[in-house]
Design a protein around this ligand. Structure first.
Ligand SMILES: C[S@@+](CC[C@H](N)C(=O)[O-])C[C@H]1O[C@@H](n2cnc3c(N)ncnc32)[C@H](O)[C@@H]1O
Length: 207
């Protein structure tokens, strides 16, 4: 998988966004503290080489539904071979709401993202973030990560701002240094009180 990610990056740097697969340390941080053990419906967007997938599957209960959405055809084929029992859709997270409807999943309890936000143009960032937010049930969790250096770039700053504007709770983890490059994990929550009128100017927020 290490070579696969390098190969796909060379072909498509604007969608793969990195030459390194995420470490198990980042995978643990991405999949803990987001209620996966109790979740009924979970989706992973941009799973890439599948670095988070095994950690997600380990935590899910036997009745949970799990779906992945991966844009890249080669990663999609590899993931299908590696996880034959999991539904993996070869499409864009820009269509997440429609995909979940087609798959009979409706609103989900958790979205885990491997998407390379910092290389996306602002319009794409916004379209995908809207779809993720719309896909989540009240109280649902969203986790994503940001490379350390990306936090100083305009695209990285925009995505952080977007998280804080959209979600009712946003928590940034300590820096996960055992990852190349080191990264922060953002754990976000939609409307944890189940009160749709509560504003996203936030119940709790750590930057
Ligand atoms: C940084 S890589 C995945 C990182 C993953 N944690 C790993 O270690 O392999 C980002 C992935 O997002 C996928 N991706 C990019 N844009 C996407 C989109 N619009 N919808 C779904 N997947 C997308 C890419 O094809 C790539 O597989």
């Amino acid at each position: 998988m290490k070579l696969a990610i390098l190969k796909e990056f060379i072909k498509s740097p604007r969608t793969v966004g990195t030459v390194f697969p995420s470490s198990r340390h980042l995978a643990r941080a991405m999949t803990s503290g987001i209620g996966l053990e109790e979740a009924r419906r979970v989706v992973e967007v941009g799973p890439g080489s599948g670095a988070f997938t095994g950690h997600i599957v380990e935590k899910l209960g036997p009745d949970a539904s799990f779906l992945m959405v991966e844009l890249n055809k080669d990663f999609h084929s590899r993931l299908c071979r590696r996880y034959p029992g999991i539904r993996i859709v070869n499409d864009s997270a820009e269509r997440l709401v429609e995909i979940l409807e087609q798959e009979g999943m409706g609103k989900v309890d958790a979205v885990i993202s491997g998407l390379p936000w910092a290389v996306f143009p602002e319009g794409l960032q916004k379209r995908i973030m809207d779809q993720i937010y719309e896909s989540l049930a009240d109280g649902g969790h969203f986790t994503t990560y940001a490379y350390f250096q990306g936090c100083f770039m305009p695209a990285g700053q925009k995505i952080r701002k977007m998280l804080h504007e959209k979600f009712h709770q946003v928590h940034r983890s300590p820096l996960v240094i055992r990852n190349l490059p080191p990264a922060y994990v953002y754990r976000c929550r939609k409307n944890p009180q189940g009160n749709a009128s509560s504003t996203a100017a936030h119940a709790s927020s750590t930057r």
